[in-house]
Design a protein around this ligand. Structure first.
Ligand code: SAM
Length: 251
């Protein structure tokens, strides 16, 4: 059978195509793309003559069968999304899981992804993190999701959109309070790449003062929950407490 290649594409800077990604797009018979009109210039730029198939959120189930057929017939297919790594808040899960179930070869290439770019550039704790994708569009649901993360101790990473960022910051203020450090990583790898730092109220103020900062593509990072120090868990503090009691008893 042919191989399904998962090929990341740039998230804003065309030079971020890897050599291997270019070579793969040149060698495959078909490229399955989220939006064929959007991806045509990229294929032209690298000189790929592969035929394009539209595979997006709304037809992934149906198109998966067609792509599996091509693979079974020995043809090679590359899956790309509009930007970044396929399957990361983008289509591809159905086809990759089917290929794995049926033993068809899948090769995933590493490459551009907004999560890793934001995390590696922000200067936040990255030893453990939780990717939360996009928060729900409905305010009630969004607040519930945030409330469920109130005691998440890992760094949290969200994808956000310009028309929802102010509501999200407001919801964070209401559900998680104003004690969290936030980072808004905007327009990564592009001309106006910006990292904004602050707690929820500071970022709300900043984005109100300069509405340009509400625009573009953005990743929101929330620092993890740190439990308040409980004296009973701290041997030193316990000893100090005991000493204080003893001192009172001294003549
Ligand atoms: N698959 C992509 C990836 O690997 O990053 C993500 C696709 S998702 C549909 C699009 C979201 O990714 C945007 O709404 C934004 O949150 C984030 N994103 C993509 N490119 C970005 C960039 N250049 N700067 C900041 N965030 C970006």
């Amino acid at each position: 059978p042919g191989t399904l290649y998962i090929v990341p594409t740039p998230i804003g800077n065309l030079s971020d195509m890897t050599e291997r990604a270019i070579r793969t797009l040149l060698e495959v018979d078909y490229v399955a793309a989220e939006d064929t009109r959007h991806s045509k210039p990229l294929l032209q730029q690298v000189g790929s003559k592969a035929r394009l198939i539209a595979l997006h959120e709304h037809n992934e189930k149906q198109k998966t069968a067609a792509v599996m057929e091509l693979l079974s017939n020995g043809l090679n297919v590359a899956l790309i999304s509009d930007a970044g790594t396929p399957l990361i808040s983008d289509p591809g899960y159905i086809i990759v899981s089917r290929c794995r179930q049926q033993g068809l070869p899948v090769v995933a290439l590493p490459g551009p992804c907004a999560i890793t770019t934001a995390l590696s550039g922000a200067g936040v704790a990255t030893d453990r993190f939780s990717f939360e994708g996009f928060l729900a569009a409905k305010p009630q649901q969004r607040k519930k999701q945030l409330a469920a993360l109130a005691e998440e101790s890992r760094t949290m990473v969200f994808y956000e959109t310009p028309h929802r960022i102010m509501h999200t910051l407001e919801d964070i203020y209401q559900t998680l309070g104003d004690g969290r450090e936030l980072v808004l990583a905007r327009e990564l790898t592009k001309q106006f790449e910006t990292y904004l730092y602050g707690n929820a109220s500071q970022l709300l103020q900043r984005l109100t003062d300069d509405p340009n900062q509400q625009r573009g593509e953005m990743v929101l990072i929330i620092s993890g929950y740190v439990a308040p120090v409980d004296a009973d868990d701290q041997p030193d503090l316990q000893a100090q407490k005991a000493l204080a009691i003893l001192v009172q008893e001294l003549p």
